[in-house]
Design a protein around this ligand. Structure first.
Ligand SMILES: O=C[C@H](O)COP(=O)(O)O
Length: 246
């Protein structure tokens, strides 16, 4: 059994009101794991608000090194010290804005493991790639290049996020989601054996209360990485509920 995961990525958004709402999120006794990744300066306050609740907090990025002259960057151990249990690495916005390659992402995931954090490794194709003949091969290559050899079902979550679906309100067809997640599962199992069969694979890209239940029907969708709809508890809670019911 893979435990379902509802992960919220606040990106560069965060207010005191949003922090206060975190304490209202609930997943039930045996419900999905709930993770919110606020901007780094809000981590300690988010940790305070969620103390004693089911909500865990995570970072949005970490540096591959443990310390040093890297102005503006954050070490994985600092996220851990702030109360994080996980960190997103290789989000397409980081790959685009900061020229992060698969090799960088893999090194960041290794840094996360060393700090005792779960790495949520993001992969996904552009619209041009989706329309081309090699889409699945491109995603498979990203998966292979971004995932360390030391990945396990405990320290790694894969997030498949088609770039063209992020923040656009556009979502792949269910056939495309199923095909892509099945491919990711097959590749993880071929490479990591039993660990690959148990590694969680999230879908991300315009997940909303209105489409979550359908997306969660796919066998190899173990939850979601949610951007815009994680900013308000009134949007995120129904997604958690849909995951719990799936
Ligand atoms: O990390 C989250 C994704 O980029 C999805 O964002 P979105 O739900 O706003 O489309």
């Amino acid at each position: 059994m893979r435990r379902k995961l509802a992960a919220g990525n606040w990106k560069m958004n965060g207010t005191p009101e949003m922090l206060a709402e975190l304490s209202t999120l609930t997943g039930g006794e045996d419900g999905p794991q709930i993770l919110i990744c606020p901007p780094a300066p809000l981590l300690t306050r988010a940790a305070d608000v969620t103390l004693g609740s089911k909500v865990e907090i995570g970072g949005q990025d970490c540096h591959a090194n443990t310390s040093g002259a890297h102005t503006g960057d954050i070490a994985a151990s600092m996220l851990k010290d702030a109360g994080a249990t996980a960190v997103i690495v290789g989000h397409s916005e980081r790959r685009a804005d900061h020229a992060e390659t698969d090799a960088h992402v893999r090194a960041k995931a290794e840094a996360a493991y060393a700090a005792g954090l779960t790495a949520i490794i993001c992969i996904g194709e552009s619209e041009e790639e989706r329309l081309g003949p090699d889409c699945l091969d491109i995603i498979a290559a990203q998966l292979d290049g971004s995932t360390p050899d030391t990945a396990t079902a405990d320290n790694t979550v894969i997030a498949y996020e088609p770039i063209w679906a992020i923040g656009t309100g556009r979502v792949p067809t269910m056939a495309q989601i199923v095909e892509t997640h099945d491919m990711i599962r097959a590749n993880l199992t071929a490479r990591f054996g039993d660990a690959g069969a148990h590694m969680r694979v999230l879908y991300g890209g315009s997940v909303k209360p209105t489409n979550a239940a359908e997306i969660f029907q796919a066998e190899n969708v173990d939850g979601a990485l949610v951007g815009g709809a994680s900013l308000k508890a009134s949007d995120f809670q129904p997604i958690i509920d849909a995951l719990a019911a799936s």
